[in-house]
Design a protein around this ligand. Structure first.
Ligand code: PLP
Ligand code: ZN
Length: 491
């Protein structure tokens, strides 16, 4: 739609202008810091930061909802992605500096009858694997890189060395966005050797990032990146970077908008790794709730594998017994969430308290699931018309667990996060089909979920035919196919 086709009362609010101020707030000591510095931890107490706003004007909820609906259909590229929600993301970035590579606006796909029957509730997958680098990480990266792009174009930043540790998808996304900006920024990524899939590895390589492999798991890479960011002049692109959290809040905003702002009966299910995503989901719903844009906070359920479940362990204790303790991870098919010491845990604790308080309690839970369930549910989801990754399988397994535990009432509808595309994690499907799982995974393939290609030959043809044999080849091969498929001859 063209902008001049939009009703006049809305038109003036469609294209935003930078306004107000943003600043970092430390969740440890409460101190406030200027955003002109690249800051990832509090300079005073090393606590984790979140971004807040000062002097921003927002519209009333009813007109703002209309503005958002029109932004969905107008042809104004900077707002076609996560910045549709500009006022609640980063209202200090001029629209001309927003980097839009096709992220956000991912579909809600309703589970078919068979899949619903398996779980006993109605639900949808939100397919965040349909982002440009095929994971939800693009939401946060679009925001973090738009901000860096703004500083670069303004000239207040030069020759940036961006860096991140990654279980695969952060590096893929960071590589995509930095390669687009290209001038004045280069990226180095630290990956745990042997702990990212070939498809994930191909992405930062293909986008030209410097890829460094470290022995160990993600938590070790993160330690090294933290060491570097404290001592050297680097721009950190992990979710410790609070700009990424803001972009990822768009996930919640889209759910609200796509459900016509009614979240009364909704249960949102999210896999937890480094806990950046769950932070953003909670924060996004809270912001829209406080602004009156939504009238109810949905229930939020985090899911972790038994092989990497520090957040589950924390919340499964009674409130007065809770003390956060990192865990040592063991191999997990939900490899992108295989993290024992989530960086955003302090953010989660803060937000959960607020979420429960504002929602009247009992609206946040964490469940854990078996590796076997992650794989079986991923395969079943994809056998019913979805394209979910192992972490999407984890969401479905977690939803089922929550239903069995009585956390999801009969009339509730699930929105399950499939955080990446199935193809990124296809090596786990291959290990399942070929029975190649290391025992440490604790996955035993079920015969009925396996699938293989059938190789066809005939006594005459073991390889492709010559041109003059084509007729015979077609006949013999056709009869083999008919036999295998049990086809009935036409009457
Ligand atoms: C990063 C990632 C996660 C975990 O998200 P956190 O923000 O680290 O909790 C889950 N699934 C996929 C596919 C990811 O790339
Ligand atoms: Zn502090």
């Amino acid at each position: 739609m063209k902008i001049d086709q939009v009703p006049e009362a809305i038109r003036g609010h469609l294209i935003p202008h930078p306004q107000g101020e943003m600043f970092y707030r430390c969740l440890g000591c409460g101190s406030v810091h200027d955003i002109s510095r690249l800051l990832y931890t509090c300079p005073e107490c090393a606590g984790v930061l979140l971004l807040e706003y000062r002097d921003t004007q927002t519209l009333g909820p009813s007109i703002y909802r209309d503005v958002l609906d029109y932004r969905k259909v107008i042809n104004f590229r900077p707002l076609n992605g996560v910045f549709r929600y500009y006022e609640y993301i980063a209202p200090v970035i001029p629209p001309e500096h927003i980097v839009y590579l096709g992220e956000g606006g991912t579909p809600l796909v309703e589970a078919n009858g068979r899949l619903k029957g398996l779980v006993g509730r109605d639900f949808y997958f939100k397919l965040d694997g349909l982002n440009p680098s095929a994971s939800f990480k693009d939401r946060g990266m679009a925001c973090a890189l738009s901000y860096l792009n703004f500083l670069l174009k303004k000239g207040s930043l030069k020759n940036v060395l961006a860096i991140c540790a990654s279980t695969g998808d952060t590096s893929a996304s960071a590589a995509l966005y930095t390669s687009y900006i290209s001038e004045g920024i280069v990226l180095a990524v630290l990956l745990p050797r042997g702990k990212v899939t070939r498809q994930q590895m191909a992405q930062p390589l293909g986008h030209g990032a410097k890829v460094l492999e470290i022995p160990g798991v993600f938590d070790h890479c993160m330690k090294v990146v933290e060491y570097l960011s404290e001592r050297y002049d680097v721009a950190l692109l992990n979710s410790k970077n609070s700009w990424r959290i803001l972009g990822q809040e768009s996930y919640s905003y889209e759910i609200a908008q796509d459900l016509n702002w009614d979240l009364e009966n909704i249960v949102v299910v999210v896999p937890i790794g480094n806990a950046g995503n769950i932070t953003a989901v909670l924060s996004g719903f809270l912001k829209f709730f406080k602004a009156g844009i939504i009238k109810a906070l949905p229930k939020v359920i985090g899911v972790q594998s038994e092989h990497a479940d520090p957040v589950f362990r924390y919340y499964s204790k009674p409130r007065d017994k809770r003390k956060f303790e990192p865990v040592e991870v063991s191999p997990s098919c939900a490899q992108a969430a295989m993290i024992g010491n989530p960086v955003s845990m302090p953010r989660v604790m803060r937000l959960v308290d607020e979420y429960e308080e504002m929602g009247g309690g009992e609206n946040f839970h964490v469940v854990n699931v078996k590796e076997q369930e992650i794989m079986d549910f991923m395969l079943r989801a994809n056998r019913n018309g979805n394209v979910v990754c192992t972490q999407g399988g984890e969401s479905l397994a977690g939803f089922k667990r929550a239903v069995d535990l009585g956390l999801v009432e009969k009339d509730k509808i699930g929105i399950l996060d499939s955080t990446a595309h199935m193809l990124k994690f296809i090596s786990f499907q291959e290990m399942y089909f070929e029975d190649r799982f290391d025992p440490a995974y604790e996955v035993v393939p079920k015969e009925e979920l396996k699938n293989f290609p059938v190789e066809l030959t005939t006594p005459t043809f073991k390889s492709a035919p010559k041109q003059e044999d084509l007729e015979r080849f077609t006949r013999e091969m056709g009869e083999r196919v008919a036999e295998i498929l049990g086809l009935n001859p036409k009457k």
